[in-house]
Design a protein around this ligand. Structure first.
Ligand SMILES: [Zn+2]
Length: 58
């Protein structure tokens, strides 16, 4: 008996709802994305200072 069950593409857990990833992974990915954005922003500022460029002032 082959039952087609959607599985989370991140943790391979069987999904109870429609979608490609489970809620837990969705939340963790969202959190990671936000953290990465912040980190990238800080790195970009450091890199600009390194090159003697002033970071854009807001
Ligand atoms: Zn998952």
């Amino acid at each position: 008996m082959t039952e087609k069950q959607a599985r989370c593409t991140v943790c391979a857990k069987v999904l109870e709802t429609d979608g490609t990833i489970c809620q837990a992974c969705q939340e963790s990915i969202r959190g990671e994305a936000v953290g990465k954005q912040k980190k990238v922003g800080a790195d970009a500022k450091k890199a600009m200072k390194k090159h003697g460029q002033k970071p854009p002032t807001k």
